[in-house]
Design a protein around this ligand. Structure first.
Ligand SMILES: Cc1ncc(COP(=O)(O)O)c(C=O)c1O
Length: 405
C-alpha cells in the first residue's frame, strides 16, 4: 500500500514543515473525513440520536447505527449489539470490572506490564470487594511467559475468574499470544478480557478468531475523535453485566419503585452521548477499512527497525523489550540512563519537530518495580509515518545525547 500519499488526508501532515509525529500510542492524527464528519454533525444535524424522531434525531440515529456496524465488521463481531460506545478504553475496562459480580477470593490475572487502566480497576476491586489480583511476570526481555501464566492458572484453580491483559503493551510494543492465553484461561472456566488499545489500531484484530470474551479499545488511537472508546463483549456476557452508569436510555421503562433494564448496548450508554464523536467514529472506521491492516503492521515494523538500528548502539541508551523490532510493532521505548526524558522530548520537538512521549506512560507499576522513576522516551509509529520521520528522530536524538551526555 502507498501510505505516503495518504498523508495528504491529514491536515497536520500536509505542509512541507510537518512534524515527525511519533506519539501515536497516545493519540493518532485525524483524517479530513473525520474532521468533516464532526463539522457536519454540528452544522447540519446537531440533534439527539436514539430518542428524538425528527429529522435531526433520525439522521444521528442512522449515523450511530452505521458507525456501530462499521466497528463490528472491523473487529469481526458477530452482532452490532455487541459494540458499546464508551468514552475511552479506560471506561470500557471499568465497565467490565465494575459491571461483574465478584466473590471474595476470586482471582484476576494481569501481566506485569499493564497500563493503569487495566491495573487500577482490579486494585480497587481488591480493596473494596476482596478479589485476589495476581501478576504474571514476563520474561526478562518483557515477552510473555506462557509457562508462568499456565502455572498461575493452576495455582488459582477454580478461583480463577478473569484473565485481563493488554494485547500489545504501550510500554514497549510487545504483543502477547492471546489465542493460546484464551484457550488456557477457558480451560479454567475463566473469562478473557483483552485491552486492545494498542493492537486494534495497528493490526488485524478478529475477536472471534482470538477466542476472547471482551475487547476494550480507544477510538482516539484509531484516527477517530477524542472522547471516544469502544467495548466489545460476547452478547451473553454483556447481557449479564450491570451498567456502571444508569439513567436515560439504560432502561426500557421505570416506575417510582423499579426499572426494567434495556438490552446491550443501550444499557451501557446512559445519558446523552457524544453524538458527533460516534458519527465521526463511523468516518474513522470507514477510513481504516480501506487499509490492509497486515500491511500497516509490517510498515510500522519496518520503521521500528530503522529506529532500533539507529539507537541501539548509542552509549547509555537501552530499548525496553526484545532487540528484535518485529516483536515490538511500531513502538521504540528507550531508557535514557541519566538524561532527563522530558527535557530530551522537548528538545526533539524544539530542534526538529519530532514529537514523542516521555515519562512512565501510565505503566508506573513496571517502572516502580524496576526502580526507574524517570521513565522512558517512547516513539510510536503509524501508517502515515515515513522513513524520513524516523530517521529525523534517530539523527536528532543522537545529536542531543552527544551534546548532553
Ligand atoms: C495499553 C493501553 N491501555 C489502556 C489505555 C487507556 O486508553 P484510553 O486513554 O482510551 O482510556 C492506553 C492509553 O494509552 C493504553 O495504551
Amino acid at each position: 500500500m502507498d501510505f505516503k500519499t495518504m498523508r495528504e488526508d491529514f491536515p497536520t501532515l500536509r505542509s512541507s514543515d510537518a512534524p515527525a509525529y511519533l506519539d501515536n500510542a497516545c493519540v493518532t492524527l485525524k483524517p479530513q473525513s473525520v474532521i468533516d464528519s464532526i463539522h457536519r454533525y454540528y452544522t447540519e444535524t446537531p440533534g439527539c440520536g436514539g430518542r428524538s424522531v425528527h429529522r435531526y434525531g433520525t439522521a444521528v440515529s442512522k449515523g450511530v447505527r452505521d458507525a456501530r456496524k462499521g466497528l463490528a465488521a472491523f473487529i469481526n463481531a458477530e452482532s452490532t449489539n455487541e459494540i458499546v460506545f464508551t468514552r475511552n478504553a479506560t471506561h470500557s475496562l471499568n465497565q467490565i470490572a465494575h459491571g461483574m459480580s465478584w466473590n471474595k477470593g476470586d482471582v484476576v490475572l494481569t501481566t506485569d506490564r499493564e497500563h493503569n487502566s487495566n491495573l487500577v480497576p482490579w486494585l480497587q476491586l481488591e480493596q473494596e470487594r476482596g478479589i485476589d489480583h495476581r501478576v504474571v511476570k514476563s520474561h526478562e526481555n518483557n515477552t510473555f511467559d506462557l509457562e508462568a501464566f499456565e502455572e498461575s492458572c493452576k495455582e488459582a484453580g477454580s478461583n480463577l475468574r478473569m484473565v485481563s491483559m493488554s494485547h500489545v503493551g504501550n510500554l514497549d510494543g510487545v504483543s502477547i499470544p492471546i489465542q493460546e492465553i484464551a484457550k488456557i484461561a477457558h480451560d479454567f472456566d475463566a473469562l478473557v478480557s483483552v485491552d486492545g488499545a494498542q493492537s486494534t489500531p495497528h493490526m488485524n484484530v478478529d475477536v472471534q478468531e482470538l477466542g476472547i470474551d471482551f475487547l476494550s479499545f480507544s477510538i482516539h488511537k484509531m484516527c477517530g475523535p477524542s472522547g471516544m472508546g469502544g467495548l466489545w463483549g460476547r452478547y451473553d456476557l454483556l447481557d449479564d453485566l450491570r451498567t456502571i452508569q444508569s439513567g436515560g436510555q439504560t432502561v426500557t421503562s421505570s416506575t417510582y419503585t423499579e426499572a426494567s433494564w434495556a438490552q446491550p448496548p443501550a444499557r451501557f450508554e446512559g445519558g446523552l452521548g457524544n453524538f458527533s464523536g460516534m458519527v465521526a467514529t463511523g468516518a474513522a472506521v470507514e477510513y481504516l477499512t480501506t487499509l490492509d491492516m497486515n500491511a500497516v503492521h509490517q510498515h510500522e515494523i519496518k520503521l521500528n527497525k530503522i529506529m532500533t538500528k539507529g539507537v541501539k548502539d548509542i552509549a547509555g541508551l537501552e530499548i525496553i523489550g526484545p532487540e528484535d523490532a518485529t516483536q515490538r510493532g511500531g513502538i521504540c521505548s528507550i531508557l535514557l540512563d541519566e538524561l532527563p526524558t522530558h527535557d530530551v522530548a522537548l528538545l526533539l520537538d524544539e530542534a526538529a519537530g519530532v514529537m514523542v512521549r516521555s515519562g512512565q506512560h501510565c505503566v508506573h507499576s513496571w517502572f516502580a518495580d524496576k526502580g526507574l522513576p524517570q521513565g522512558s522516551l517512547r516513539a510510536s509509529a503509524y501508517f502515515y509515518n515515513t522513513e524520513e520521520d524516523v530517521k529525523r528522530f534517530v539523527d536528532t536524538l543522537t545529536e542531543i545525547v552527544h551534546t548532553l551526555g
